[in-house]
Design a protein around this ligand. Structure first.
Ligand code: ADE
Length: 258
């Protein structure tokens, strides 16, 4: 039974194969992955989480994503979530107390597999990391803001720090949306063709081969002959060659990674 399926810990490929046998698109399943996101700007997360794949995952009951406004955990009139940094540097830092109170409330309700802080100095988000996170049941994400967060949050309250790239965003909300999107689309059943996530770029450290659709000729530009041949083994061979060639040309570093 699909409802017996336990997502935690199984490698992605195995989960897909396991679910492939049972998956019924018309049914809603009841083992959602739960993602809680703590932020000072909940509005920024509304659209990316409620549309496209994350929206679909929630509608199908495969993911439950809840946004918690950090200001709800303040007790002063101005609902203060930041304060001046100690020392000579200018800039505001997120205070520890509202974060601590919020985490306490959330952790009283469930155990989190990871408590993630989004930060440009975190570990880089890769497909491998997304795969790994997609096998978890409960994730908690804290969006960084201002000049960062009181470092005690990073020392004592989070288990992981993730960066989505070597550039600085105004806040961690967009980074959180990117992480959630990359993770949620890997939950078996979220994409209509479950195997399609396995052929994404970066799965197996290869870029995806080029894809075409009708018409077979447009403006004199032709679709490669082989794709129209109906010869699936040959098409697969061609796609693999293309994937390797594109990776060598565009992202050679990927081929050296484990
Ligand atoms: N917050 C600001 N910049 C970021 C980045 N590149 N990745 C994750 N969180 C961030």
């Amino acid at each position: 039974m699909i409802s017996d399926y336990q997502p935690t810990g199984l490698p992605y490929r195995e989960r897909v194969l396991l679910l492939h046998k049972h998956y019924d698109q018309k049914k809603t399943y009841h083992f959602p992955m739960r993602i809680d996101i703590v932020t000072v700007l909940p509005e920024l997360l509304e659209s990316p989480l409620n549309n496209s794949i994350p929206g679909r995952a929630q509608k199908k009951g495969l993911a439950e994503i809840v946004v918690h406004p950090l200001r709800n955990y303040t007790h002063d009139k101005r609902r203060t979530v930041d304060d001046y940094a100690f020392g000579p540097d200018a800039g505001m830092v997120m205070k520890i107390e509202p974060i601590f109170e919020c985490f306490q409330e959330l952790q009283a309700q469930r155990n989190y597999d990871e408590i993630i802080y989004t930060s440009p100095d975190g570990e880089p988000l890769t497909q491998q990391l997304a795969n790994q996170l997609s096998t978890k049941k409960n994730l908690l994400i804290l969006c960084g803001h201002y000049k960062g967060v009181d470092h005690r949050v990073r020392e004592h309250l989070v288990t992981r720090e993730i960066s989505i790239g070597d550039y600085v965003l105004t806040g961690g909300e967009l980074a959180a949306a990117v992480i959630v999107d990359a993770v949620v689309r890997l939950i078996p059943g979220v994409l209509s063709d479950e195997t399609s996530a396995l052929t994404d770029s970066f799965q197996d450290n290869l870029l995806a081969p080029p894809a075409y659709t009708r018409p077979a000729e447009f403006n004199g530009w032709k679709v490669p002959e082989i794709l129209l041949s109906g010869n699936f083994p040959e098409i697969e061979k061609w796609q693999m060659q293309q994937a390797i060639e594109r990776t060598q040309r565009l992202r050679p570093g990927l081929l050296k990674e484990e």
